[in-house]
Design a protein around this ligand. Sequence first.
Ligand code: 5GP
Length: 113
Amino acid sequence: MPTLFSRIAAGEIPATIVARTSDCFAIEDINPQAPVHVLIVPLKEIPSVNSLTAEDESLVGKMVLLAREIAAQRGLQEGGYRLVFNCGPDAGQTVDHLHLHLLGGRSFGWPPG
Ligand code: 5GP
């Protein structure tokens, strides 16, 4: 079964797609936790950070660079932003397809809740 995010990438489930590259795509989160909340998702179905291998090294770099590019487009460079990979239940991961959260447009607390 394709994952939720693969179904979004295929156009089977609607979403606001903000970027597409040969390896990744980015969508507006359906339940935004900040004025900017974008998910950067690889086309490859990797369940989580736990499943990454050395083969994925460049893919993860591309995800971070795409997040940086979107952050710049949204004017977040100066004020800053947060990039988050939730991994597993203790981190609150709910979709088992690797994704990087780009959050910005407000201040965030630390440590996270
Ligand atoms: P996680 O909790 O796994 O780190 O993040 C999953 C994210 O996917 C959540 O922020 C959630 O709001 C978002 N999400 C879940 N279902 C959908 C959906 O159908 N469309 C979009 N655009 N985002 C979704």
